[in-house]
Design a protein around this ligand. Structure first.
Ligand code: NAP
Length: 266
């Protein structure tokens, strides 16, 4: 599979690294076009891929064209590529908020996959939700699934509306978890734990709880009840969190992110 990346920043590199790591493609079959000289140099030296600065020349080199530029650069890049794509090429966009219809019109191209990965993709632990136009062939769906699957897990949806929803949950989600980690570390230090120990306790607690939740196959509520003895320390803490409307606050935060994701696509 020949792949071209338009934009070789954090996420572009995460996909590139995963694709090479899973041997879905070879360095000589991968090209990256990026306006940043330092990014081009970094990717060429680290992965041995072909780098260039001309997006139009770059897209000639791929079966799959991965759009990994920032949303604010999308209009300029789609205008630049309009008319330069062959109908059999697959465009795989990870640009947040960019609707399939906007991509198709901007590029004058029908064969498009829109995906929403998340940052743990950078260590192969991501989750991506993706949708495709009717023109995307079975073979191309296979390519998209394997590229996204190389970075962790992937879920195909037949309605694009779920991508905006996933943006608010799994796309932005790592930041919610990091904020919770920051707060827990700060609280741990406040009650007297040394910084390094606070960090280690919190990171391992998040990791262990996530794996436990996944491997036990139980609902979070059931696991929470298991660690919450009546009148105990956990019950005391959870009562405080609920007094501060923790669950409602999380809901409001996700709704705010979802509304923003929908506005971005308008
Ligand atoms: N990071 C995430 O967790 C995440 C998750 C889901 C989706 N996404 C989406 O992934 C996309 C990329 O995010 P990122 O974090 O990888 O951004 P990034 O690190 O800023 O990477 C974008 C790269 O594209 C380059 N670029 C800018 N304009 C260009 C142009 N006209 N032609 C070619 N290259 C150009 C940038 O160069 P300069 O830096 O010099 O401008 C930069 O190297 C975004 O649309 C984002 O919404 C990201």
């Amino acid at each position: 599979m020949k792949i071209v990346f338009i934009g070789g920043g954090n996420m572009g590199e995460a996909i590139l690294s995963a694709v090479l790591g899973k041997r879905l493609s070879q360095p000589q079959a991968i090209s990256v076009s990026d306006i940043s000289q330092s990014r081009r140099q970094h990717l060429e030296q680290k992965y041995g891929v072909t780098v260039m600065s001309d997006n139009r020349q770059a897209v000639k080199r791929g079966d799959v064209v991965v759009l990994a530029i920032k949303p604010q650069n999308l209009a300029e890049v789609t205008a630049e590529l309009n008319g330069w794509l062959k109908s059999a090429q697959l465009v795989l966009s990870i640009v947040a908020g960019a609707r399939i219809d906007t991509l198709c019109r901007g590029l004058n191209h029908r064969c498009v996959v829109r995906a929403m990965p998340n940052t743990p993709a950078q260590i192969g632990q991501g989750i991506s939700v993706w949708a495709a136009t009717a023109e995307v062939t079975d073979q191309q769906r296979g390519w998209a699934g394997s590229i996204l699957g190389a970075m962790g897990r992937e879920i195909y949806v037949d309605d694009e509306k779920y991508i905006d929803m996933a943006t608010a949950v799994s796309g932005s989600g790592p930041a919610y978890i990091f904020l919770f980690a920051e707060a827990l570390i700060e609280a741990a230090r406040h009650i007297g734990l040394p910084r390094d120990m606070a960090q280690e306790l919190v990171v391992q607690t998040l990791l262990g709880s996530g794996h436990f939740l996944q491997q036990s196959g139980k609902e979070p509520l059931a696991l929470r009840r298991m660690v919450t003895s009546p009148g105990g320390t956990t019950a005391e803490a959870l009562a405080r969190l609920e007094k501060g409307k923790f669950t409602e606050l999380v809901k409001q935060a996700v709704i705010a992110a979802y509304n923003k994701a929908k506005r971005l696509g308008e």
